[in-house]
Design a protein around this ligand. Sequence first.
Ligand SMILES: [Zn+2]
Length: 256
Amino acid sequence: MTITPQLPACTRGPLISAEGLNGVGKTYLTNRAVEGLGAKPLMLDEFSQRANGRPGLGEALLRSLREASAGDPFLRGGTPMTEALILMAIKRHDLDTVLPELSSGRVVVEGRSVDTTAVCQALLLHPGDLDAALQTAVALLGLASSYRPLPDLTVLVTDDASKALERAQRRDQCVFTTEQATFMREACTLFEWLAATDPDRYRVVDRRHINEYEAAEQIRAWIEGVGGGLGCMVEPWQGPGAACTCCGRLAEIQSA
Ligand SMILES: [Zn+2]
């Protein structure tokens, strides 16, 4: 029997993302879940909640996408790959802004992460072809993970697309066009398919089967459970030998 020496886990906190369609209730449920936690995570707003903006590069990048997409609710400006790279840069900026908190051991919950970018941009690159979109979404996640580490845990909140559409329209006091509604239905399916490709990272809350109390409790338990024994966070583009971004430990020591 070989005994592998166990190194202490990294001192960082877990990075968790909440994903899902507009109107599916991910922000509401995540906020409810967090109310039940003793140590409050740092919550990072999703794109749509930043309409009035905070200063900083992330906001400036988001503003440029808004302007180029002329009011489209999904920030579609006609050049999906360029938009994908800008959205990944925004998510990298988000990570940069939370690194001190993450390094100090605090839980960070981001509303939408790179999965939203992978799903939406893949659909734009393959209109009407969900199978091809899934392949591209997986590839886009691979690209995103060379910009920044993926979340330790991703909670996908899903539901009947028509219910999410109703909620989003009521909340935003708008009526989606048929084309926009079709885009949302396809995104709903693709989120679920993408989650199924990586069961280690994703946890799925399906509102077709559980009520909001059960959903919030489930999310709370998942957030609480991800804490212990996290590995170090190494810059994906730095290669072997890089130090952990959070605790500074060297990669050789981590794998020794
Ligand atoms: Zn570390």
